[in-house]
Write a protein that binds this ligand. Structure first.
Ligand code: KG4
Ligand code: ZN
Length: 385
């Protein structure tokens, strides 16, 4: 029997097929389909485009997942009433319904013991697609549904160890997690698996969002994080520096973050250069470097200070922005404790991270009819079952 995990909270459609073995978590197949190209023209994720793309891609991705996993499917009998139920559940995703009904005509499906779905936090229209897909599969297979919190998934992406089957490292507790993504920037104190306290978060833009917006100002494509990072690296190699220092907002105060002032400072600076026709490629390198330095300094300073105050025994860096090597290096310089970071293929959104969270300790199941999108689900309300 298998566990299927569904991730659709932002602009990645991802599925994982796993099972629990004596040796650990066995990953039969894991697929991540990025919609980044579709959102590029908007310079950020456009929720209704994300919803449309998830609905279009989930069943083809599931078909590929089954192919890659090379598992034996189970014969299933679908009653007419089930099809009507599916139609109702998927009334807002008609394309998904058509794809799923076509797939079911084969008369075979995955023998599922559990359906894990990431039901928040995230972009509401996007999360709903995954939620309705999970509901439909639960009606088909009668497998129970386990909702997982997306931020908790980012924590567990850093704790996978070994090769397939994977085991999970338990960090020394309490641990402090810096979760940095396109939608969130949080400092989370981990007292135990399933026992979390947010000790700081962004008051405005998320770190990844600031990277994306600054990239747009510099006419770089979305997602902007890797692009800025590339330019910043080149600037360091060529020793190109900006004569101006951008602000490091609320650096020494508390544990909340604010990136909008920094972003605005970059905007004024860039606008000014554009007016004077002086935004050269070399200036772009220097701006990217100074912006990355400012962001890295704020993140690292707050994490370091908080880890001392809360006597953290280990540190976790998760989320899409954790792919940034400059930020990670700065943190490593300042913190002597064990630092857990996801491998490069798991820093961004993916289903495996949430499959890992569910594997690590038991989460509560939810009645299929009660499951809904929870776009603002706080990690603080997660608890073991
Ligand atoms: O966790 P994630 O994949 O999606 C959300 O849950 O939001 O994070 C995506 C964010 C984007 O803003 C992207 O620009 C940023 O992560 N990102 C980076 C890097 N790689 C991705 N930011 C800075 N440096 C990077 N190397
Ligand atoms: Zn994420």
């Amino acid at each position: 029997m298998y566990t299927l995990t569904i991730e659709t909270t932002c602009d990645e459609t991802s599925l994982a097929l796993t099972s629990k073995t004596k040796e650990g978590l066995f990953v039969h197949s894991h697929l991540v389909l990025s919609q980044a190209q579709k959102h590029a023209e908007y310079g950020g994720v456009f929720p209704n485009v994300a919803k449309r793309e998830h609905a279009k891609n989930l069943v083809p991705l599931l078909v590929q997942l089954i192919k890659d996993a090379k598992i034996k499917l189970q014969k299933i009998e679908i009653q007419k009433e089930t099809i009507s139920e599916l139609k109702e559940v998927l009334q807002r995703e008609p394309e998904l319904f058509v794809h799923l009904a076509t797939l079911l005509k084969s008369g075979f499906f995955i023998p599922l013991e559990k359906i894990v779905v990431v039901s928040g936090p995230g972009l509401d229209p996007a999360v709903w697609v995954g939620v309705n897909f999970a509901k439909s599969l639960a009606k088909i297979t009668k497998a129970p549904i386990v909702p997982i919190n997306h931020m908790e998934g980012h924590i567990f992406s850093t704790l996978l160890k070994g090769d397939n089957p994977y085991t999970i490292v338990k960090p020394e507790l309490p641990s402090l997690a810096l979760l940095i993504s396109g939608g969130h920037t949080q400092l989370v104190l981990i007292r135990d698996f399933g026992d979390y306290k947010i000790i700081g978060e962004t008051l405005d833009d998320a770190a990844g969002e600031a990277f994306d917006k600054v990239a747009r100002m510099l006419d770089l494509p979305y997602p902007g994080g890797p692009e800025i990072s590339k330019l910043a690296k080149e600037a360091r190699e060529k020793n190109i520096k900006l004569e101006t220092k951008f602000p490091r907002p609320i650096l020494k105060e508390g544990y909340d973050f604010s990136f909008s002032g920094l972003k605005t400072a970059v905007k004024y600076f860039v606008d000014d250069l554009k007016k004077q026709n002086k935004l050269t490629d070399e200036k772009k390198l220097a701006i990217a470097r100074e912006f990355e330095d400012a962001t890295a300094e704020v993140l690292s300073e707050k994490l370091t200070r908080a880890s001392k105050e809360f006597k953290a025994q280990s540190v976790i860096i998760g989320g899409g922005v954790s792919a940034n090597s400059h930020i990670a290096e700065m943190i490593k310089k300042n913190i002597e404790k064990d630092i857990y970071k996801a491998p490069a293929n798991l820093t961004g959104d993916n289903a495996l991270m949430s499959a890992t969270a569910e594997f690590a300790y038991p989460h509560c199941q939810i009645d299929v009819n009660e499951l809904k999108s929870d776009p603002n689900w706080s990690i603080e309300t997660v608890k073991p079952c």
